[in-house]
Design a protein around this ligand. Sequence first.
Ligand code: DC
Length: 226
Amino acid sequence: MKKKFVIAVDGPAASGKSTTAKGLAKKLEYVYIDTGAMYRACGLYALNKNIPLSDLEALKSMLETIDIKIEYSNSGNKIFLNGEDVTNRIREEEITKISSEIAVIGIVRKKMVELQRKMGENGGVILDGRDIGTVVFPNADFKFFMSASVQVRATRRWEELKARGVEISYEEVEKELIWRDKNDSTREISPLRKADDAILIDTSNLSIEEQVEFLYNYIIENMEKK
Ligand code: DC
């Protein structure tokens, strides 16, 4: 692949977007940027510093000192928050919830979008998130929006958590997912939304390999037009 495209992959939680984006990045030898991990790192920072999300002044100073780095590697990216490896910590349930809560705050989004645009400015990147095709890179070369039914997504998330040894019921996972869908898609600033020109993919009956293959083939077939 000679051209260094910007590829946007958006969708709700557990829609398969991050695994697909990762697989596609490997195939194209592109950099994968998990923007959700950045909001997770913000949430963790606020929690560590005991900053209530209603305290905008404190959040503002927090954003001045926050340093989020992604270390790219084929075996999986690592996320560093002010020098500390928080890759595993940010996947914990309490961080999942606070990441969605902190992501509604304008000053937080402004800072993250700025960082994401910088990370992607030279192309050769795949970013996954909620607002990549609509806000972060509205002129992205390729835009995909992945979705699946709540039941399919909750089952995926539940199995993932069980495999990690987390004890949680299916019902609880489904409830959390429905809450997060609503919170992410009804917020005022940059809500989760399919860009008008994004390709919609329902992953309910697709394997990860099929998803990666679909995106890859679509890009190869349409790259000459870009
Ligand atoms: O993709 P994820 O589940 O790791 O994202 C965690 C939260 O971060 C998600 O509930 C909403 C927020 N988020 C966002 O608002 N915009 C993005 N581009 C990515 C994530």
